[in-house]
Design a protein around this ligand. Structure first.
Ligand SMILES: NC(=O)C1=CN([C@@H]2O[C@H](COP(=O)(O)OP(=O)(O)OC[C@H]3O[C@@H](n4cnc5c(N)ncnc54)[C@H](OP(=O)(O)O)[C@@H]3O)[C@@H](O)[C@H]2O)C=CC1
Ligand SMILES: CC[C@](O)(C(C)=O)C(=O)O
Ligand SMILES: [Mg+2]
Ligand SMILES: [Mg+2]
Length: 344
């Protein structure tokens, strides 16, 4: 079993008296900045002028340009979109690096695929929460945390490990557990997970199920409940107690259907496609395609995004969610709490 680190075995000393710059104030950025600040650390935010900048000011942070924040900080956490990190790093971060600083990531993409090559006299590590940034903030405010991976790429000071663990504790992740990994493992498994299972695999499965029912003449609203809405309830049971725990709660009829029909949908052929996806990630083919797509201003990304937003499941879902205010209650409550905590 991998060693899991928790709050009580982590010393915060390596973050004390240090200035931490969070670059970017999006999904992960707002959560890291606010959690570290609430944990008592000296945090500043570096972001370009615009919506994120205004939000960070509204949330009570000291906000600077990326370059100025990088200049001031001892620990620089890059929470910009992966595809933009290299240009911002070259122009605004690298010139402000000096010996002994820490360069930190929440995903190993750019270091692993050699887009960012840090100088040898800085610490380089990652702390990657295994969940969306808005939950990193919401669970922290609830007194819990989202588990994280950490990895050391370069230990110039001899203190990189202690600093990474202290950072994990500061964002609340060590309340839930922190595991050590490598940049390669974090990057490749994160990309595989989001493509084959968590995001790509799930959205494709949900849409295929919805379309099958609607094409067979069933009401789209009923298909939506069956193939999308109820998924959360089933996943919650798996999250709490694994596959067996979920199967304990469903009917024996559903469990028999699970056993005999699940492998007809996801079968050896699906697994072979998953292996193809993993190969593309491991060889750098996926990374190259994504970086090129961005250089061309995302023609395919935008076209697919538009087509996806026009799918019937989105129209039906929007109407049904309006009739279920409880669905959005958690999100609204978290937003109110963020505003309230910034005012205090
Ligand atoms: N989303 C998630 O939950 C997870 C993300 N990660 C990793 O965290 C990192 C950040 O991702 P995520 O939080 O999703 O990013 P977001 O897209 O949510 O946020 C990006 C932030 O960067 C800012 N930004 C974009 N371009 C620039 C620029 N040129 N100069 C300055 N600021 C800029 C944006 O500001 P503006 O509003 O002005 O555009 C925004 O504040 C990535 O490495 C990602 O892989 C890891 C685990 C989970
Ligand atoms: C699952 C998507 C993710 O990897 C995440 C929230 O962990 C991401 O890159 O956003
Ligand atoms: Mg992830
Ligand atoms: Mg990811």
């Amino acid at each position: 079993m991998a060693k899991v680190y928790y709050n009580n075995e982590i010393n915060e000393q390596e973050l004390q008296g240090k200035k931490i710059a969070i670059l970017g104030y999006g999904s992960q950025g707002h959560a890291h900045a606010s959690n570290l600040k609430d944990s008592g650390f000296d945090v500043i935010v570096g972001v370009r002028p615009g919506k994120s900048f205004d939000q960070a000011v509204e949330d009570g942070h000291d906000v600077y340009s990326v370059k100025e924040a990088s200049a001031q900080a001892d620990i620089i956490m890059i929470l910009l979109p992966d595809e933009r990190q290299t240009a911002v790093y070259e122009n605004e971060v690298k010139p402000e690096l000096s010996a002994g600083k820490s360069l930190v990531f929440a995903h190993g993409f750019n270091v692993h695929f050699n887009q960012i090559v840090p100088p040898s006299d800085v610490d380089v590590f990652l702390v990657a929460p295994k969940g969306p940034g808005h939950l990193v903030r919401r669970t922290f405010e609830q007194g819990a945390g989202v588990p994280a991976l950490f990895a050391i790429y370069q230990d110039a000071t001899g203190k990189a490990r202690e600093t990474a663990l202290a950072y994990s504790k500061g964002i609340g992740s060590a309340r839930a557990g922190v595991l050590e990994t490598t940049f390669q493992e974090e990057t490749e498994t994160d990309l595989f997970g989001e493509q084959a299972v968590l995001c790509g695999g799930t959205t494709a499965l949900v849409k295929a199920g919805f379309e099958t029912l609607v094409e067979a003449g069933y009401q789209p609203e009923v298909a939506y409940f069956e193939c999308l809405h109820e998924l959360k309830l089933i996943v919650d049971l798996m999250y709490e107690d694994g596959l067996a725990g979920m199967r304990y709660s469903i009917s024996d009829t559903a469990q028999w259907g699970d056993f005999v029909s699940g492998p007809r949908v996801v079968n050896a052929d699906t697994k072979a496609r998953m292996k193809d996806i993993l190969d593309d990630i491991q060889t750098g083919k996926f990374a190259k395609g994504w970086l090129l797509e961005n250089q061309l201003n995302r023609p395919e990304f935008n076209a697919i995004n538009r087509r996806e937003s026009e799918h019937l499941i989105e129209k039906v879902g929007q109407e049904l969610r309006e009739m279920m205010p409880f669905v959005k209650a958690g999100k609204k409550k978290a937003a109110k709490e963020v505003v309230a905590s910034a005012k205090n």
